[in-house]
Design a protein around this ligand. Structure first.
Ligand SMILES: NC(=O)c1ccc[n+]([C@@H]2O[C@H](COP(=O)([O-])OP(=O)(O)OC[C@H]3O[C@@H](n4cnc5c(N)ncnc54)[C@H](OP(=O)(O)O)[C@@H]3O)[C@@H](O)[C@H]2O)c1
Length: 267
């Protein structure tokens, strides 16, 4: 394989959950522009159709709206992909939700919602799509699963986001567990742990504390689309054929600097 092709994704097929906006849309755009036939999914059919139309201008994007907070929705999405494709090179488990409340009010339904969409769905969708992923996998170029975790699953979150941070820590460990067992099937499983990215999920935080947030990032800024796209392309290309079971913070240095920031008040 020539070095110039190491990061090529041309001709591959991918599914990006939560691809209608935010980080999922960033990754889906990066894939489409790299020549990947990209399926996206989220609950909002209108938003899915808008993303499909926008990304369709540069390549192939197909929206399959489903509620991935339910097992029925997960099964329906997997069945729709299987009806259209005989193989799937890339699965990005990105769809997710957040929930933060003071501990005395923290609602049980927050736990139920987040554990379903952020965690259980990552496993169930992976399981349901294994036949297609195995069909695409080879020793030289494994199929890829990329789970979107969070730096809140590594560090103490700033907000009281109990179910969210626990679900993301669990996603990181599930990633390692899946990587071990799927390596024999030539399927690599890795996770991206994003720091702050300007999406609907982070909008309420950035609205009141963008400057403070930027100061807390060693690189001094919020994440950009290309930061996320670069990490996703690495994890899905030949360049990372020998990389599995890892969690990559894409966070401008927050995780690695955490100790010094706490100790010396450098944030
Ligand atoms: N933004 C950040 O700074 C940040 C930092 C760390 C980690 N993350 C993680 O990155 C991922 C993407 O988040 P984001 O920031 O891009 O948030 P976002 O803008 O709120 O996007 C979330 C995506 O997930 C979809 N989704 C949510 N619930 C769903 C469900 N039940 N079924 C199907 N799709 C569902 C949403 O579409 P619908 O609402 O139409 O369903 C949307 O496409 C999440 O896993 C999040 O935890 C984000």
């Amino acid at each position: 394989m020539p070095t110039s092709s190491l990061f090529s994704l041309s001709g591959k097929t991918a599914l990006v959950t939560g691809g209608s906006r935010g980080i999922g849309l960033m990754i889906a755009r990066g894939f489409v522009e790299a020549g990947v036939k990209t399926y996206i999914s989220s609950r909002d059919a209108k938003a899915c159709a808008a993303a499909e139309a926008e990304l369709g201008k540069t390549g192939t994007c197909i929206a399959l709206p489903h509620d991935l907070g339910t097992t029925a929705g997960v099964k329906a999405l997997a069945a729709e992909v299987a009806a259209r494709e005989t193989r799937l090179d890339i699965l990005v488990n990105n769809a997710g939700a957040a929930w933060a409340e003071p501990i005395d009010q923290y609602a049980e339904k927050g736990w139920d919602k987040l554990m379903a969409v952020n965690l259980k769905t990552v496993f169930l969708l992976t399981q349901a799509l294994l036949p297609l992923l195995r069909a695409a996998a080879s020793e030289d170029d494994p199929a890829r699963i990329v789970n979107i975790g969070s730096i809140d699953g590594i560090l103490q979150p700033t907000l009281e986001s109990y179910a969210y941070s626990a679900s993301k820590a669990a996603v990181h460990h599930l990633t390692r567990n899946l990587a071990k067992h799927l390596a024999r099937d030539n399927i690599n499983v890795n996770a991206i742990a994003p720091g702050p990215f300007d999406t609907k999920m982070l909008a309420p935080v950035l609205a009141v504390g963008r400057k403070q947030m930027e100061r807390a990032v060693p690189r001094g800024r919020i994440g950009r689309d290309e930061d996320m796209i670069g990490a996703a392309i690495f994890y899905c290309s030949r360049a990372s054929s020998y990389v599995t079971g890892t969690v990559l913070p894409v966070d401008g240095g927050i995780v690695s600097a955490a100790y010094t920031q706490i100790e010396f008040g450098l944030s």
